[in-house]
Design a protein around this ligand. Structure first.
Ligand SMILES: Cc1cc2nc3c(=O)[nH]c(=O)nc-3n(C[C@H](O)[C@H](O)[C@H](O)COP(=O)(O)OP(=O)(O)OC[C@H]3O[C@@H](n4cnc5c(N)ncnc54)[C@H](O)[C@@H]3O)c2cc1C
Length: 485
């Protein structure tokens, strides 16, 4: 019993925590409410097309390699990661395009072509981004931040590097071209934050991408999840799917056991929670303690509206990852994050996995998903009505611009709205990425990796330190490993 450990939730943070706990000597069981592991990284198949429903961009591939190395295995023996070129293509309303990434030299050439006056500024931005990376990622990204003393020690570095600036202001210090400034400011949206108020600590991503590239897992994220599941099974980790933890039994300051939807009681010595921390504190634990009251005011990330579709022909000019920039930026974000209204316009992320991996569609066809940031469920939006309307508008806009004749060539579609995020992943207010990554919700201010009030309950995943996104949640498992060993 003293070495029994239960992981609640099979997202990437839960999987990584289970593997790390196993390597540390625990006897591990993982429970997941869905019928497949992966959390937001699910797979949808219909009409002969395959779609990853969540993450697609792999940065920091070494964090996956580490999980296999824990058991003297090699990730590359199980699944291939392909480095993409370009990383992303930005499409602007005036028809211009900006290809971002592929190799460091290409970026400079592309900036020289697109915004020559910003070449110097871009190099300064990357130099600043590297300093942020060295401190916030290398030094602090995988250490526990549950003691105020850690924050106090880190504060001088954070102030020196201007972590108080928003990403939008940070990029604006270096980049004058308005299109390029917008393009280089979008990273927080990939983690659920508003670029206008997300701390520029997240601008370390510029350097992270340059240092390690942007990759795609062949066969898709679903394939990667299957390989991680097989690794867990080889290590005798018990996996219980279709199992929801509905109640947590406590005794004084300890968790004793959990009760599942099947009525089973599972006891353990240590527990790791991988779901939304707001759900844990509001619905599964007694929400009356003082610390928990403070945390309850956390701002959620935005919601996501996603359309999955195939096309009866291929669009060979469209790269693997595209960003279709809408007509407005600051006002548009303010409507989504602050005014909580569904804007008339949109900006889009477009995923075309068939650019890299033909297995996602029948021969001669393409598989796509397109995603728009939208308000979460704290907004008064009836998604049953607005979802189909928004779908029509997005398909029409793409059909007129970068996917000509899409309306004619599109196959059956499937949509996901914030309602699905709430229902499927128990994400409070249907937030796409748990709580948002503002300065006041980062590091010590974020949900700690050891729980408030209980000495044997740990947290890994997007709502905890260091944050959302694959590198963030895999790093949160490293933090938990330090806490449990
Ligand atoms: C559409 C989309 C695109 C994204 N694209 C990228 C990208 O390209 N690159 C990137 O790095 N990041 C991306 N992200 C972010 C990234 O996917 C997430 O931050 C990350 O996967 C979250 O992992 P997690 O460990 O927090 O767990 P989650 O994925 O949130 O999984 C938690 C799991 O816990 C389960 N669970 C919750 N409560 C219970 C309970 N009580 N009992 C049992 N099980 C429970 C849930 O069912 C879920 O399966 C994207 C996210 C989305 C939604």
């Amino acid at each position: 019993m003293p070495d029994e450990l239960l992981v609640i939730g099979g997202g990437l943070g839960g999987i990584a925590s289970a593997l790390r706990a196993k390597a540390a000597g625990y006897s591990v069981t993982l429970v997941e409410r869905l019928s497949n592991l992966g959390g937001r990284a699910q797979v949808l198949t219909f009409g002969g097309y395959k779609h990853d429903t969540g993450p697609t961009v792999i940065t920091a591939p070494f964090l996956f390699d580490e999980l296999f190395s824990l058991f003297s295995e090699k990730r590359s023996d199980k699944i291939e990661f392909v480095s993409l070129k370009p990383w992303y293509r930005f499409y602007f309303q005036d028809g211009s395009q900006f290809n971002y990434g592929g190799s460091n030299i290409n970026i400079l050439e592309e900036i020289k072509r697109f915004a020559p006056d910003d070449l110097n500024g871009y190099q300064q931005l990357v130099a600043h981004s590297k300093k942020l990376y060295d401190v916030a990622y290398t030094k602090l990204g995988d250490i526990p931040f549950n003691n105020l003393s850690t924050l106090i020690k880190a504060a001088p570095d954070m102030l020196r590097l201007r972590a108080d600036l928003s990403v939008w202001k940070f990029v604006g210090r270096y980049i004058k071209n308005s299109q390029l400034r917008r393009a280089l400011s979008i990273q927080p949206l990939l983690l659920g934050g508003n670029p206008l108020d997300t701390t520029c600590i997240y601008s370390l991503i510029h350097y992270l991408e340059r240092a390690h590239g942007v990759h795609f897992a062949m066969g898709g994220m679903g394939n990667l999840i299957s390989e991680l599941e097989a690794l867990m099974l080889r290590q005798n980790i018990t996996i219980l799917k279709n199992t929801t933890v509905e109640k947590i039994k406590t005794e004084k300051k300890s968790i004793k056991s959990v009760i599942t939807n099947k009525g089973d009681e599972i006891s353990a010595a240590q527990f790791i929670y991988n779901g939304d921390p707001l759900f844990l504190y509001q619905k599964l634990l007694d929400p009356t303690s003082i610390q928990i009251k403070i945390k309850r005011h956390h701002k959620r990330s935005m919601g996501l509206f996603v359309i999955f579709f195939g096309t009866k022909k291929t669009y060979d000019d469209i790269p693997h990852h595209s960003i279709w920039m809408g007509p407005r930026f600051e006002q548009h974000l303010t409507e989504i994050f602050d005014k909580k209204i569904l804007p008339d316009d949109f900006s889009l992320y477009l995923h075309r996995p068939t650019a890299t991996d033909a297995s996602f569609a029948p021969t001669g066809h393409d598989s796509f998903y397109v995603l728009a940031p939208v308000p979460n469920l704290t907004a008064n939006i009836n998604w049953e009505v607005e979802g189909p309307k928004l779908e029509k508008k997005i398909i029409s806009a793409l059909s007129k611009t970068i996917i000509p004749d899409l309306k004619k060539n599109i196959s059956e579609t499937h949509i996901m709205t914030p309602v699905d995020f709430a229902k499927n992943y128990l994400s409070i207010d249907g937030a796409g990425f748990s709580i948002s990554p503002s300065f006041r919700q980062s590091a010590w201010f974020r949900f700690h990796n050891i729980s408030e009030g209980y000495n044997n309950l740990y947290l890994a995943g997007a709502g905890t330190h260091p944050g959302a996104g694959i590198p963030g949640v895999l790093s949160s498992a490293k933090v938990v490993e330090k806490l449990i060993t």
